[in-house]
Design a protein around this ligand. Structure first.
Ligand code: GAL
Ligand code: ZN
Length: 675
């Protein structure tokens, strides 16, 4: 990758959201901010996302000077700007004069002015007003040497059910299905006799109307994504038309499932996201694993370095409890983002606002305003570390293992009224597989069904209920050519409009996995079964593992059985199987297994496939990732336990470029080696 894609200098970005518009009447505060930024090693600020009312105080009267002045001042001190477009929150005058820009909810009620990220993404007026301000910003600031990157809007999300959006939706469906007969067929509308006679009859899903036609719900979500992506593309076009050629990003929200983020691939040049884990609700190593999953998901969108666009330097103020981060967590969490491919650590927010809804959100500079605060000191430490790690900027990860985590699958799975309405363990299963693999220090991509599989050795496929994007053929080819696929229960059930496959499932893959699902049992809360190893199974699985929630029953044709159920009327039926297909292996996991199973099983698979680990022994709670450049390989090792762990580094030619280890690694500390 061209290292200069993200930055004009080869360094890691440190800084975050900055709202000087809230302090224009206090020049002393702005001056003080600058001093403090320099002390904390802050080299980047994100500005402008919520400045529309100041940038265009009346329709057509633009005032950009104040912003240009601040960009200049920062740049003179070596601080770069990520320039936000202001579409996330509109001015009062705009909403009053053009009510069509206000979103309509699923009950068909129009919003009043207020809040943010609640515009109609179809409204021509809104699009035009956003275009104008974006063109002007691009003209005024788009070529400024201090501007690194354009940040489209802020956390796109939500849907609008206004007449303009309904009309657009119908057009989108017409494009997709061509005739109403085809739509009826694909949506299974003969069920309850809900057949449409024309596209004009179609309405978006609503609790006052149609909510149980799964294919309608699915296509509505696809449309909302398409329309939001189109809105973002128009924003980008305005930036380009204004003469700005800087790379473009928009900040995502990790596993927010209102949008299929993959579809933004063609619009953004850099992926970025806002990470707000609750570090102290669960054990820290577990939160670390869950957060790592999100980082990998975001990095895998473009498969190159991403940006941690927002994170809190201490607590948030919107989660149930505003928990402080214990000392050391900020540093570890920040370095973890870098370890997973981020070229930045950016915060929300640099200076705490004085009033309104985020006045108690954590910030680098709080209301007290001094540098002698715990948080400011910890931010300084992060700045110091990032300053020492410039050579990591632009380095990439090359995972041999991928996990398929697909947003459209998630939509369909949870809507399906299937084997367990009381809870479908999709995320849990994905996270258990991920954690089991990551314990071995193997990097992972989190991909979706539209991605290619051929660059991986192992592909993990949790609960892939819906098949689309030719995934069945891709899995077949992947295994045939020597890959290892591990697929779980409740996969390959339905096609891309949620119609069940006929003639045996997993759909079109029964020969690849050497089995056919016959039934699936939902278990009550607290109910358990267990998997017992088959004697002398080739993976040497020896333990008993509990399973919960879902237990699938299969008929094996060719697959070898490695584990069987302990009890119930399906006692002795297979739980874990493996089929040799072509040059590869297709494993199938029939039940929702406990974490320990995935730990042991995936380690056995890794050994069986002879995939090399970056370190021979990785203690529990220690994360290992690898970033590479053409010249060097960096192994980042982070201990997320509170206590020290024993750690043996490779004896041959490696240089410790960060951290200390004399055979052990202290709690919450990290070491980076260069090979
Ligand atoms: C983000 C948002 C920021 C700020 C932050 C608070 O979701 O983009 O503007 O509100 O949350 O945690
Ligand atoms: Zn609308």
């Amino acid at each position: 990758m061209n290292k200069k894609i993200i930055m004009s200098q080869e360094r890691l970005l440190h800084g975050g959201d900055y709202n000087p518009e809230q302090w224009l009447d206090s020049p002393d505060i702005l001056k003080r901010d600058l001093e403090l930024f320099l002390k904390a090693g802050i080299n980047t600020v994100t500005m402008g996302m919520f400045s529309w009312a100041l940038l265009e105080p009346e329709e057509g009267r633009y005032q950009i000077d104040w912003l240009t002045e601040i960009v200049d001042q920062l740049y003179q001190k070596g601080i770069y700007t990520i320039l936000g477009t202001p579409s996330g929150a509109r001015p009062q005058w705009l909403a009053k004069r053009y009510p069509e820009v206000l979103r309509v909810d699923e009950k068909r009620q129009r919003n009043l002015f207020g809040g943010r990220q609640n515009h109609c993404y179809t409204s021509p007026v809104y699009r035009q007003k956003v275009r104008k301000i974006n063109v002007i910003l691009a003209k005024e600031l788009g070529s400024h040497p201090g501007v690194l990157l354009i940040h489209l809007s802020n956390e796109y999300g939500g849907d609008c059910h206004c007449p303009l959006c309904q009309e657009k939706f119908r057009g989108w469906l017409k494009e997709r299905y061509d005739t109403i007969e085809e739509l009826n067929r694909r949506w299974s509308t003969t069920f309850w006799g809900h057949t449409y006679q024309s596209f004009e009859q179609i309405e978006s899903p609503s609790s006052k109307g149609e909510l149980l036609l799964h294919a309608l719900n699915l296509d509505w979500k696809r449309f909302v994504t398409a329309q939001t992506v189109d809105f973002a593309a128009q924003e980008k076009k305005a930036i380009r038309d204004g003469g700005c050629q800087k790379p473009v990003t928009t900040n995502f929200m990790g596993d927010y499932d209102g949008l299929n983020y993959r579809k933004f691939k063609g619009v953004i040049d850099v992926a970025s996201w806002d990470s707000y884990p609750e570090w102290h609700r669960k054990p820290v190593p577990q939160t670390a694993a869950e957060t790592a999953f999100q980082h990998d998901f975001m990095r895998s969108l473009l498969k190159k370095p991403f940006l941690l666009m927002e994170s809190s330097p201490s607590s948030t103020n919107w989660q149930e409890v505003s928990k402080l981060r214990k000392p050391g967590i900020l540093h570890a969490a920040s370095l973890q983002a870098v370890a997973h491919g981020s070229d930045s650590v950016l915060y929300f927010q640099l200076r705490q606002s004085r009033g309104a809804s985020e006045k108690f959100h954590g910030a680098v500079i709080d209301h007290y305003g001094g540098e002698d605060t715990r948080v400011f000191q910890e931010v300084c430490q992060v700045g110091e570390t990032l300053g020492r790690l410039s050579e990591l900027a632009g380095t990439v990860q090359k995972p041999k293992v991928a996990l398929i985590w697909d947003t459209e699958n998630r939509w369909a799975l949870f809507d399906s009224q299937g084997p367990r309405n009381a809870g479908i363990p999709y995320k849990e299963t994905a996270e258990k597989m991920y954690a089991g693999m990551r314990r071995l220090g193997l990097d992972m991509d989190i991909i979706d069904m539209e991605d290619d599989l051929e660059n991986y050795r192992i592909v993990l496929i949790p609960m892939l209920y819906l098949f689309r994007g030719g995934i069945g053929d891709k899995i077949r080819e992947f295994v045939k050519n020597g890959g290892t696929a591990v697929m779980t229960f409740w996969s390959g059930v339905a096609d891309d409009t949620d119609r069940c496959f006929l003639g045996g499932v997993p759909g079109k893959l029964t020969d690849v996995f050497g089995l056919r699902r016959t039934e699936i049992d939902g278990l009550y809360e607290g109910e358990e079964n267990a998997a017992l190893p088959v004697k002398d199974n080739f993976l040497s699985l020896e333990r008993r593992y509990t399973c919960r929630n879902l237990c699938e029953l299969v008929n094996v044709s060719d697959a070898r059985v490695l584990m069987t159920y302990e009890k119930d009327f399906y006692k002795d039926l297979p739980v874990v199987t493996c089929n040799q297909y072509g040059k590869g292996k297709a494993y199938y996991i029939c039940a929702d297994m406990e974490q320990q199973f995935y730990n042991d099983f995936l380690e056995a698979v890794q050994k069986n496939d002879k995939i090399e680990k970056p370190l021979p022994d990785i203690p529990d709670g220690v994360e290992v990732t690898t970033r590479e450049s053409e010249e060097a390989t960096y192994v980042l090792i982070q201990n997320f336990n509170a206590d020290s762990v024993n750690l043996k580094l490779p004896d041959h030619g490696c240089e410790v470029i960060y951290g200390e280890t004399e055979g052990s690694l202290k709690g919450l500390s990290s070491v980076i080696i260069k090979i």
